[in-house]
Ligand binder design. Structure first.
Ligand SMILES: O=C(O)CCC(=O)C(=O)O
Ligand SMILES: [Fe+2]
Length: 330
């Protein structure tokens, strides 16, 4: 499908009109927004077992979650070779002939291996300039090579974030059932677009899970909302970008907010991002952590919903800011 778009663009440099955003004037054309000065977390100090240095990183994590909902992870232990192998595997898939890829054309949003265009082209007015491959990799593994290292990174970060809220690890296990956590691996490809001012790669949205871990090729395009302003993200070499998802906002009772982000396309280079999203188990009903409510005598800011129902609803709806989470606000 990427080839189809690329070929149609090569044959005829006009932009396919069905891709024009329903409100093209809302697509940003100005790339002069500030570059984000994103907090940096040294993962090796979080996970090396030394309490003093860990405590310092836990404080930094808490601050990053509160002020940004977004941070960069360095010294994560994932080799450059493994990152390159992941990138190659996704590129290999996107380069397959359309008939081969079409075997995985997702008909249902909860299919464990699903490829497609846009976000959910059955409900959108106009598709986005993006193709994706989504693979469930936990609790049942649906892919040929096992990136357990990603889950380790996310679980250690979750423990650190939980700690920064002053909560016990046992409560995290009870609340989120992380041994059966739902993890999905997504490759996004954004082909060069002749008219980047008319469409999005992905419009403004938050992610449904707890944490999302992202790496990309050398082409930028990600923007995050920070204190009401969009800022451009330029990742550090060999780092992962992490953002908080809607279920972190729910379980922390709104103290840590899921961050709005969006992907811009450009007319020069293909951008590829590989994203792994970690959530609770699909059967968990996540509610604000009880001890956070008791401690501050706060009312619950969110109603609970089974995570599976949240994901299914979010994936079946138009991608629109935090609209699915907003339904759960009390
Ligand atoms: O490509 C990107 O940078 C963002 C991807 C994204 O937000 C997503 O897959 O949810
Ligand atoms: Fe996202």
């Amino acid at each position: 499908m990427v080839k189809e778009i690329a070929d149609s663009v090569a044959a005829d440099t006009s932009f396919p009109s069905n891709y024009i955003a329903s409100d093209p004037s809302a697509v940003v054309t100005d790339d002069s927004s500030a570059l984000a000065d994103i907090p940096i977390i040294d993962f090796s100090l979080l996970s090396n077992g030394i309490p003093e240095t860990r405590a310092q990183i836990v404080r930094e994590l808490g601050q990053a979650c509160e002020e940004w909902g977004f941070f960069t992870v360095v010294n994560h232990g994932v080799t450059e070779e493994m990152r390159a192998a992941m990138m190659d595997a996704f590129v290999g898939f996107f380069d397959l002939a359309a008939e081969e890829k079409d075997e995985y054309l997702g008909r249902r949003v909860m299919d464990p291996i699903r490829t497609g265009t846009s976000f959910n082209s059955t409900v959108e007015d106009a598709p986005y300039w993006r193709h994706f491959l989504k693979i469930w990799v936990h609790p049942v593994f649906h892919s040929p090579t096992k990136p357990t290292v990603f889950r380790y990174l996310a679980k250690e970060l979750l423990k650190g974030i939980w700690d920064s809220l002053g909560l016990e690890e046992k409560e995290m296990e009870d609340a989120l059932d992380l041994d059966s956590c739902y993890q999905v691996l997504i490759g996004n490809i954004y082909a060069p677009c002749p008219n980047p001012e008319l469409t999005w790669g992905l419009p403004s949205h938050s992610d449904h899970g707890l944490l999302t871990v992202l790496m990309q090729n050398e082409t930028d395009g990600l923007q995050v909302m920070h204190y009401g302003k969009w800022v451009r993200v330029k990742p550090l070499p060999n780092s992962f970008l992490v953002n908080l998802g809607d279920h972190m906002e729910i379980v922390s009772n709104g103290r840590y907010k899921s961050v709005l982000h969006r992907a811009k396309v450009n007319n020069q280079n293909t951008r590829i991002s590989i994203v792994t999203a970690i959530g609770p188990s699909l059967d968990t009903v996540v509610v604000p952590a009880p001890s956070l409510l008791q401690r501050g005598n706060h009312p619950a800011a969110f109603r609970g919903i089974k995570y599976r129902d949240f994901v299914e609803h979010q994936q079946s709806s138009r991608l629109k800011e935090k609209s699915v989470l907003d339904h759960l606000r009390v």
